[in-house]
Ligand binder design. Structure first.
Ligand code: BDP
Length: 696
């Protein structure tokens, strides 16, 4: 008996409840504060809905889930609008954006109204978020409209169930079960996306198998499109440019060939016959070995325009990726995308958007912005961020990407004078783009908690929130996410938020200090391999980027070097061009700095680099200590999961630090400054760790 009482008592504390993370930020556990709960319960006691499409059903079902979970009540559905405490209404509102909504509340009634049912669904999620984050529902007068039209995830999923650069299990799409079986996970995926305003999903890898547009697969894609539609989510597919050859048996895939054009037109017709609201095609062409128009002596413009023409009668979109770089021994990969696309500005058809990775190289933990933002005045460019942590420690490093997104979005391109931030370029304000989009390369997989590292859910959340409003701060987003995900006491929430906000800089310090970049393991992209000097292509080595020698380190992109800096507007360029005034975080992106060069804090480049590597590792220890205080404050399963991953992160941070310092020391020939101690491991030992960790 005594044992049972003790057991029950211990279960009352948060710590004994296991939570597998499946519910993401839509946790809906009972709100502990009774006054608040009662107040909300009054406001959600009854609901009336004036529309009856499939979105209405899922909207009401979401309210039911939230109220029964958060409040412990079952809202009554009333047909009498005057009596309902919550009114959901499709009707005309001032803001013409079809996804905009208003929430207005008086003492006895809260009204959520939008031009479309989808907008109402977004409004409902906003209301639920307010309850989850303990905000008042009194006297609301909210109008919210997304600043970016297309807010999407791109899954790099293959038809065989693997995920390119996926670290959370296998693909969620069970192609072999589709179209007959709709896994309930698809619905929860759609709910989660809708809750943060994501309205598009690219189902497959940009390195695309042509199979996805065969009749067999299109039937499966249709089943997913049907499942997502009530949640306002459109599906897109990545296509293989050589499909007319691979599937159609044509001799060529030349975009100017009449038969090829015809093939794509009928393919587009076939797709839209099945899925009338299909979003469009994403194309990775002539990049990293993928086929493209250049295989036939044509250009990106020719390829994109041909497809755009094929899909235009159906209002489809071509999302053409700017991630292209051909190795030029005298060139600089940094400059490749700009060189390829800037010259065609204004020559792309109106249903084309050029999708640009945030930085000029490839999803490094810190990159300056791609010079294409601010350069394309007549062709819309969109933002591609990477949620899956390919270069950010896979699933064992805790990196909240919000601050990185924010840093990029706030960067001023100066394209149309001061204040032409990347956010304002991609939301269309600066150049009046007719189409706008932000995409995140998804970090989801079949793992029960979706993202492998429980904290990586926050990156998915942040992408959606920032795509809705690119001016939201990463701090505000972290605050929401923590409150919704953990429903923890305020002190614990603050601790988690603090770790999140520091985590990206910490990772940067022990992996890529002062703007070192592309020094990760070759091919698999895990752990340090600054010593890679040979690879299938020189611009896949680390040496190409860090250029360490007896004099110094870093890539000179000033006029004296590759002059890639010249691709920025002069006012942005001047932020980076002077080695004495550049922000140290970007130093080695733009300068080959002598090891002995003094930074503004008086330290040499070498000493500062080493300091950052060592302080980075120390910060992981601090993260561990701070996390330890969460024991018993949040559910035990998440607590233990993160605790264990932090141990691995610490081990790997030490690896990064020691390998990098020992390797670069071969060039600097300078001692590890006190109080830091030189590693007792040898460089050879550290090089071998990649096999110990089984990552290749
Ligand atoms: C690189 C990845 C590669 C992707 C490529 C892309 O290593 O797997 O296919 O990006 O974005 O970073 O196309």
């Amino acid at each position: 008996m005594r044992f049972i009482i003790l057991l029950l008592l211990s279960m009352i504390s948060y710590g004994s409840f296991a939570d597998d993370g499946y519910r993401l930020w839509l946790k809906y556990d009972r709100i502990q504060n009774e006054t608040l709960r009662k107040n909300y319960a009054q406001k959600l006691a009854s609901v009336s809905v004036n529309f009856s499409d499939e979105t209405a059903k899922v909207t009401v079902s979401e309210i039911e889930k939230a109220t029964s979970g958060l409040l412990g009540i079952k809202s009554k559905t009333l047909s009498n609008t005057a009596q309902a405490t919550l009114v959901l209404k499709v009707g005309k509102i001032e803001n013409e954006n079809p996804e905009a909504f208003e929430i207005k509340s008086s003492k006895n009634q809260t009204v959520i109204i939008s031009n479309t049912s989808k907008g109402v669904l977004y409004g409902v999620f906003e209301l639920i978020r307010r309850m989850q984050t303990s905000e008042s529902l009194e006297n609301l007068k909210i109008t919210s409209a997304p600043k970016i039209q297309l807010r999407m995830l791109n899954h790099w999923d293959n038809n065989n169930g693997t995920i390119e650069r996926g670290y959370a299990g296998m693909s969620m799409w069970k192609w072999y079960e589709l179209p007959e079986r709709i896994d309930s996970r698809y619905i929860d995926y759609a709910r989660a996306n809708a809750s943060i305003g994501i309205n598009g999903t690219v189902l497959n890898n940009v390195n695309a198998s042509a199979r996805f547009i065969t009749p067999e697969y299109l039937g499966k894609v249709k089943a997913l499109a049907d499942a997502f539609r009530p949640y306002g989510i459109k599906v897109f597919l990545s296509i293989n440019f050589a499909s007319p050859k691979i599937l159609g048996g044509l001799k060529t895939a030349d975009p100017l060939d009449p038969e090829v054009k015809h093939w794509w037109k009928s393919k587009a017709d076939e797709v839209y016959k099945l899925i009338p609201d299909f979003g469009g095609f994403v194309v990775k062409a002539n990049s990293e070995g993928e086929p493209g128009p250049m295989d036939f002596g044509r250009t990106h413009k020719d390829g994109a325009n041909m497809l755009a023409e094929a899909i235009a009668p159906h209002n489809g979109l071509i999302i053409w990726r700017a991630f292209v770089y051909n190795f030029d021994p005298k060139g600089d990969r940094f400059a490749a995308a700009y060189n390829e696309f800037k010259r065609f500005d204004g020559e792309f058809l109106p249903n084309i958007i050029i999708q640009v990775k945030n930085g000029p190289i490839d999803f490094q933990v810190r990159e300056p912005i791609s010079p294409l933002f601010g350069a394309m005045e007549k062709t819309p460019v969109s933002m591609e961020f990477q949620l899956t942590q390919e270069y950010l420690g896979w699933a064992t490093h805790w990196v909240y990407e919000g601050p990185m997104f924010e840093e990029v979005l706030k960067t001023d391109t100066h394209a149309k004078g001061k204040g032409s931030t990347v956010a304002k370029v991609i939301d269309g304000e600066v150049f009046k783009y007719p189409i706008t989009s932000m995409i995140g390369v998804a970090n989801t997989g079949s793992d029960r908690n979706w993202t492998g590292h429980p904290m990586a859910q926050a990156n998915w959340y942040a992408l959606g929130r920032m795509a809705w409003n690119p001016e939201l701060t990463s701090e505000k987003i972290a605050d929401e996410w923590v409150k919704m995900t953990f429903q923890s006491d305020s002190k614990s929430s603050e601790t988690i938020k603090k770790i999140m906000l520091e985590s990206r800089e910490i990772y940067t310090n022990y992996t890529n200090p002062l703007g070192v970049h592309h020094v990760m393991g070759e091919g698999h992209h895990f752990g340090p391999e600054p010593w890679v000097e040979k690879a299938p292509r020189p611009d896949w080595t680390a040496l190409y980027y860090h250029r360490a020698d007896s004099i110094g380190i870093g890539f000179d992109r000033t006029e004296k070097g590759s002059n890639s800096l010249g691709q920025y507007h002069p006012d942005l360029r001047s932020k980076y061009s002077d080695i004495n005034t550049i922000q140290p975080e970007f130093l080695l992106w733009f300068h080959h700095a002598p090891w002995t060069h003094k930074l503004q804090n008086g330290k040499t480049v070498w000493d500062e680099m080493v300091t950052r590597y060592y302080e980075g590792v120390k910060s992981v220890e601090k993260m561990q200590k701070e996390w330890a205080t969460m024991e018993g404050k949040i559910d035990s399963e998440t607590f233990e999961n993160v605790e264990a991953r932090l141990k691995t992160q610490y081990k790997e941070a030490l690896w990064w630090r020691d390998a990098s310092v020992l390797y670069f020391q071969k060039y600097s020939k300078m001692p590890v400054p006190s109080p830091y101690q030189k590693s007792t491991r040898t460089l050879e030992e550290l090089k071998g760790l990649v096999d110990v960790y089984h990552v290749r």
